[in-house]
Design a protein around this ligand. Structure first.
Ligand code: NAD
Length: 253
């Protein structure tokens, strides 16, 4: 494993109880960072807590946060004993019903978490970074913020990606560029990572077709993403800002 010197860094990850967020938290802890594990649940999940204890990590704290609600973000921010060096906006949701069934509620929910949440968290947490004239924001885009879904591979799997998911992820990629330009004067760097589909025991037909379409011939594992995140947190990435990096096995080529 490459080792980045993150032991003087404090990271806040939203959506950190999810499949990708927890892997990112564990990876950054293994590089010595202090990690605030943020998610909408009141308490950390038992399984993640067990994993953290098993790895004997102590440099973390669970913080309940609803990224769709500015008050909740402000409350979470006030609870932090350490200023944030790196914000990772990982919280995200999708909707998988067909386009014909799309409701106003679906649109509002997905927008609220994926785009509004990332913007509001960036606003609140960058205040620490502005004061300290240093910081990083890492956003989660998606292959569907870059390309539209290929409907031939989804069939009846229930995994059809929606127009609103792709639109919010394209929005995240844009907001990343905006933040990179706007916050550059404070030495705050903003980048996004756009993962390909992560294997999570999806419908076998879908997995087979997804693999066949992907040049590297497999779906992603959360650990395929964590190395890039550690790099983007590190001093080695000091001249990279406003970029969206697809980690997708070539899916979007
Ligand atoms: P996940 O569903 O496993 O985890 C998402 C987490 O976000 C959950 O723990 C959930 O509780 C949290 N969350 C939802 N609403 C929230 C809110 N209002 N406030 C705070 N937390 C909230 O998803 P994942 O697969 O780990 O995905 C992480 C990120 O990566 C998302 O932004 C997702 O869109 C993106 N992504 C995932 C994939 C994939 O295949 N899994 C591919 C591309 C992009």
């Amino acid at each position: 494993m490459n080792s980045y010197a993150l032991s003087d860094k404090t990271v806040f990850i939203t959506g950190a109880l999810g499949q990708i967020g927890r892997a990112v938290a564990l990876h950054l802890l293994s590089h010595g960072a202090f990690v605030y594990i943020g998610d909408k649940e009141k308490k950390i999940s038992n399984d993640l807590e067990k994993n953290l204890r098993r790895a004997t990590f102590k440099n973390f704290q669970y913080i309940s946060i609803d990224v769709t609600n500015e008050k909740s973000i402000q409350t979470a921010h006030k609870k932090l004993a350490r200023p944030i060096d790196i914000l990772i906006n990982c919280a995200g949701i999708g909707v998988y019903t067909p386009f014909e069934a799309r409701s106003t509620e679906d649109l509002d929910k997905v927008y609220a978490v994926n785009l509004k949440g990332a913007i509001l968290c960036s606003k609140v947490f960058s205040a620490d970074m502005i004061k300290r004239k240093s910081g990083r924001i890492i956003n989660f885009g998606s292959i569907y913020g870059i390309a539209t879904p290929d409907f031939k591979i989804y069939g009846n799997s229930g995994r059809n990606s929606s127009e609103i998911y792709g639109a919010t992820k394209a929005g995240v990629i844009h907001v990343t560029k905006y933040l990179a330009a706007y916050l550059a004067k404070h030495n705050i760097l903003a980048n996004s990572i756009s993962p390909g589909g992560v294997f999570n025991h999806q419908d076998p037909n879908f997995v087979r077709k997804y693999k066949a379409k992907t040049p590297l011939g497999r779906m992603a594992e959360p650990e395929d993403l964590t190395g890039l995140i550690a790099f983007l947190c590190s001093d080695d990435a000091r001249y990279i800002t406003g970029q969206n990096i697809a980690v997708d096995g070539g899916f979007t080529l």
